[in-house]
Design a protein around this ligand. Structure first.
Ligand code: F6P
Length: 522
């Protein structure tokens, strides 16, 4: 498959010229004044999500040029290669098929889109595993003796299910509590163990590899605690969610739900890693979550680039990062239940596209992943929005709002929505005060994503939208968005430092590490 790196395309130079000529001085207020149809032209519906892109520093000609850039880099062929099951994760020689986890059992598009020889059998395997996992989820839901589910996992084996269980809190079965333990810091596990009882707790050990040191350490300690409290029935109180069933069995866990090496950790909430969510919202709810994501997959796979929302968002990310030089994107979900959504997106974007070489191992001469960060609104307004409005850096903000609330408390939701709209408005409009401390420059860009309701379907669509937008920018940049070698060095050094903390051997260490080690041992 022929991918051409963005900086080697004709469109890249044209975008640079466009930026120098008009992009750098683009003013949102002028753009709205000049074009009465700007909102209509720069907003669209996609499955379960409405998106207003009009408050971004972009005009139709620039967006078209970005589409040309995408075509010249081979984005469409790259996308099609992912949906065909080709090994586009080149450094690990793996296919990238998390989308298959949400493909219905008899999808008419399957044979045509697939060049993967065993795709139909693979899909069959996906559904066999899904059915088994959902049957187990229903069994646990019906089991009144199990009141607490403790998910032990980290990174993609934690953030996805944790984010989704919190987001769908209104749909969670009463009487079941869900806990998430990720950190190797024993304070976290100890705090959960203080609250639960062995006879009413189910531990889910979630690890794609079943080797991650944090998860293995927490799982060992949970098992030791369970046994020390007189627990004996490991098969009833422990289950493993992993691609490495052999290691889970060797650990002593016989109840296992598998998945496949073509599911990346940060893309795995749709697999057995989603079991806590399935237990929380039920089999039907989990199927709706998958269906919402599948609708977005189909949108991404088949919609022309100009109306393809993940493509538009991903290209906007490229425009901001490489031409405007914006270094971060702030995420502002105006829904308290989306409190782990920013953390989830952080891993999705930064572990996928935080790369400094292209797929051919050549150093990139341009910037890649922005920093992604944020907090739910309105909390962020009383913390860091000051900097967004008046700081020296321009930070594009991505709002998420939900039209219909699930509560009936009077006045709250209107106030919440008013704040979301007002912040986006203030960022754009600014306020003049002759350059003094009450002066707001305005012209600060934002995107507004709107869901009718926060439910399993819309959450699935929103997350799939984010996955695909990360695919788009990574594809244009020429990175491999599906590996994560950057986490390896720290893991290796931690093993060495752990030994030294025990032995006190500081030989060959840099002076700072040696000094801190000595203090910690004194
Ligand atoms: O941090 C690196 C990483 O491999 C993530 O990509 C992954 O989500 C996390 O560790 C957990 O890995 P595992 O599911 O194999 O325990």
């Amino acid at each position: 498959m022929n991918r051409i790196r963005c900086d080697r395309t004709p469109a890249w130079g044209e975008l640079k010229n466009t930026f120098d000529a008009a992009g750098s001085t683009f003013d949102l207020r002028t753009a709205f004044a000049a074009d009465a149809k700007r909102f209509g032209n720069f907003s669209q519906t996609a499955p379960h999500v409405f998106a207003d892109l009009s408050k971004n520093r972009i005009d139709a000609a620039t967006e078209q040029l970005l589409m040309t850039l995408a075509r010249q880099t081979g984005l469409e062929a790259h996308r099609d290669a992912m949906f065909a099951g080709e090994a586009i994760n080149t450094t690990e020689e793996r296919a990238v098929m998390h989308w298959l986890l949400r493909t219905p059992p008899s999808d008419p598009a399957m044979p045509a889109q697939s060049v993967h020889r065993h795709m139909t059998e693979t899909l069959h395997g996906v559904h066999t595993t899904l059915d088994a996992m959902l049957a187990y989820a229903e069994q646990v839901r019906a089991d009144a003796a199990i009141t607490d589910v403790v998910n032990i996992g980290i990174g993609g084996s934690d953030l996805g299910p944790q984010m989704a269980v919190l987001a769908l809190d209104e749909f969670v079965l009463p009487g079941k509590r869900f806990h998430f333990v990720s950190n190797v810091d024993g304070h976290e596990l100890a705090a959960v163990l203080r609250k639960v009882k062995p006879e009413s707790t189910l531990f889910l050990v979630a690890s794609k590899t079943f080797t991650t040191i944090e998860t293995m350490t927490n799982a060992q300690s949970a098992k030791a605690w369970f046994e020390s409290q007189g627990g004996t029935d490991i098969a009833r109180h422990f289950a493993a969610l992993t691609t490495n069933v052999t290691a889970a069995n060797a650990f002593g866990i016989s109840t296992t739900f598998g998945f496949w090496d073509w599911v990346g950790g940060r893309y795995s909430v749709w697999s057995a890693i989603g079991l806590p969510l399935a237990m929380a919202i039920g089999a039907q709810g989990f199927r709706e979550f998958l269906a919402g994501a599948h609708d977005m997959d189909e949108h991404f796979r088949t919609t022309p680039l100009a109306q393809n929302l993940p493509v538009r968002l991903g290209l906007l990310d490229v425009w901001y990062r490489n031409f405007h030089g914006f270094t971060s994107r702030s995420v502002a979900p105006y829904h308290a239940a989306l409190k782990r959504y920013p953390a989830y997106l952080q891993q999705l974007e930064m572990e996928s596209n935080g790369k400094r070489v292209d797929a051919d191992r050549q150093a990139l001469p341009f910037a890649t992943s922005p920093v992604v960060w944020g907090e739910p609104g309105t909390n962020g307004q009383h913390a860091y929005f000051q900097m967004l409005h008046q700081g020296t850096d321009v930070v594009p903000v991505e709002f998420v709002a939900v039209k219909t609330p699930k509560h009936t408390l009077k006045g709250h939701h209107t106030l919440l929505l008013a704040n979301a709209l007002a912040q986006a408005q203030a960022l754009m409009l600014g306020k003049s005060d002759a350059g003094g401390h009450k002066h707001f420059t305005g012209n600060r860009p934002s995107t507004f994503l709107l869901l009718e309701e926060l439910n399993p379907t819309s959450l699935g669509a929103l997350i799939a939208l984010q996955e695909h937008r990360v695919f788009v920018s990574g594809s244009v940049w020429g990175t491999n968005s599906f590996d994560q070698w950057g986490v390896e060095l720290g893991k290796v050094l931690a093993k060495d430092v752990e030994k030294r903390l025990i032995s006190g051997d500081a030989a060959g260490l840099d002076a700072s590490t040696a000094g801190l080690l000595a203090r910690l041992r004194s």
